[in-house]
Design a protein around this ligand. Sequence first.
Ligand code: FES
Length: 187
Amino acid sequence: MSFSGPAGPRVPRRRAIRVALAGGFLAATASALGIAGAFLRPRPPREFGASVDAGHVRDFPRGAGPTHDAEFRFWLANLDPSDADQNGTGGGAGLLACYDKCPHLGEVVDWRPEFEFNGAHGWYRCRKHGATYTRAGVRVFGPAPRSLDTMRVTVDQFGAITVHTGDIARGDTDNPKRAVQHPLLPS
Ligand code: FES
């Protein structure tokens, strides 16, 4: 038996079925590959080392205590350049992200607003051996061999902050100079 359209050539029925089945198979395969591709396609990494959204500049008042991102291991603050206290910013102005890993033995460093040292409150402090750092992460006390490492910070034209957790600079006394300014940062 064969088929024909109103004016088309006659097509054997078996051949028509085979063509239809092959077409269906190809469509199903393409669909399956598309789904698999969606899973296999590289996505932006979400683990440490990624460049991560860190909020908007309006959420970081100048001179306020730092904000912690425990997942991506950084403290982020808007440094006040007029803060001349010994636990201060060392003249740093703008956003500074400090790696929360102590350079001594790697313990987490906390922001301790109540902690008093040399008559001033508010320091970064290591949980393990008490290394102590200023608001700019500059080491002032304890066994750590250097200041807190810092992560590169960028801010787009709308004020969205990105911290690049794979772009880490060794901490040093120049930490305050690494702070990033932006016209939309609260002053
Ligand atoms: S691990 Fe931080 S002071 Fe030792």
